[in-house]
Design a binder for this molecule. Structure first.
Ligand code: SF4
Length: 322
């Protein structure tokens, strides 16, 4: 059983969406057509999610290398490089092509809906630009980052826990010679301020439990205690920096929460994903709006309406093959 913060959230949001996401992890080369279709659909993003991942990648590609070499961040150059990335990816998305080994597909342009007003993409760029501009003004954060010895960004951390294993991918971990690391999570969220404290707690727990990778093994003595790891949630669009702490009691609660999530998922999928487990047997979202932002909508609704199931009607596997 694989647990991650995002899988747990998907499971709570809609068990069927979690089901399709889990199937999608089987990959686009699976022999199973359902897995291949779920994998294809999992690449589809809303414009908002796309611009958030573009900001993450811009920081990873254009900011982190400068932190590593202790070079100053020049906002104009950062924006120029990000604008070029934005244009390449936008073009790929409009033409439904892959770029940099990534398929770019916009949910708003799927299902025959070709009527996204061009200004919607213009707004996405303005939000990307504002996010990076705000980042450049987060002096409290940069004061900490400039002192780090090294960084790893978007690194997948995996460790065994309870009945399975946990994966976590922090946006950035800064390591220091004489003190515990700093974990930073970038968020590009408009409107209300959401608090991702529990996600950051998960990252601290993952850093403390994962066998140190060879490029940061020299900092191992500072990684064992999650309550000493510093946590920063950078809300880039609203220019808000939230510092979180994780207390010993939080760690106990977090472990119970992860274990319960694993057990609930295991119960829903009956251990393995057997043919007897179908998305229609799992619960849907409490908020119907969730379906409007769901990339698996076509596949899901075909399954839920047997009269319209065409592609899958002859498909009866004994086990889903991952
Ligand atoms: S379309 Fe709705 S019910 Fe189906 S998986 Fe997506 S969110 Fe869940």
């Amino acid at each position: 059983m694989k647990w991650s913060f995002s899988a747990h959230r998907a499971f709570n949001r809609c068990q069927r969406q979690w089901y399709f996401r889990t199937l999608a992890s089987g990959g686009s080369r699976s022999r199973n057509p359902l897995v291949r279709e779920a994998s294809r659909l999992s690449k589809i993003q809303t414009i908002d999610a796309w611009r958030g991942s573009l900001v993450d990648d811009a920081i990873d590609m254009f900011v982190v290398p400068r932190l590593i070499f202790k070079a100053s961040i020049e906002l104009d150059r950062l924006l120029d490089a990000t604008r070029a990335l934005y244009e390449r990816r936008l073009l790929a998305g409009l033409e439904r092509k892959s770029i940099d080994d990534k398929m770019v597909r916009f949910l708003e342009l799927e299902e025959g809906n070709e009527s996204v007003p061009p200004e919607r993409f213009g707004r996405a760029w303005e939000e990307i630009r504002a996010s990076l501009t705000n980042l450049s003004t987060m002096n409290n954060l940069f004061d900490e980052l400039w002192e780090a010895e090294t960084f790893v960004s978007q690194r997948r951390l995996t460790f065994s826990f309870h009945t399975g294993y946990v994966t976590a991918t922090p946006d950035l971990i800064a390591f220091y010679k004489n003190r515990p690391p700093l974990i930073v999570d970038w968020k590009v969220l408009a409107g209300f301020l959401s608090n991702y404290r529990q996600q950051l707690h998960t990252y601290a727990f993952a850093v403390s439990r994962t066998t140190p990778h060879k490029d940061y093994i020299q900092f191992a003595q500072h990684l064992a205690y999650p309550e000493k790891i510093r946590l920063a949630e950078a809300q880039l669009l609203t220019n808000t920096l939230l510092w979180h702490e994780i207390a010993t009691a939080d760690i106990e609660g977090l472990q119970n929460w992860i274990a319960m999530g694993m057990d609930e998922m295991a119960l829903a999928r009956e251990g393995e994903f057997r043919a007897s487990v179908k998305p229609e047997d799992l619960s849907g979202p409490s908020d119907p709006e969730t379906c409007q932002r769901c990339p698996f909508r076509n596949l899901c609704w075909e399954r839920l309406n047997p009269g319209e199931i065409k592609r899958w009607e002859s498909y009866e596997p004994t086990f889903f093959q991952f």
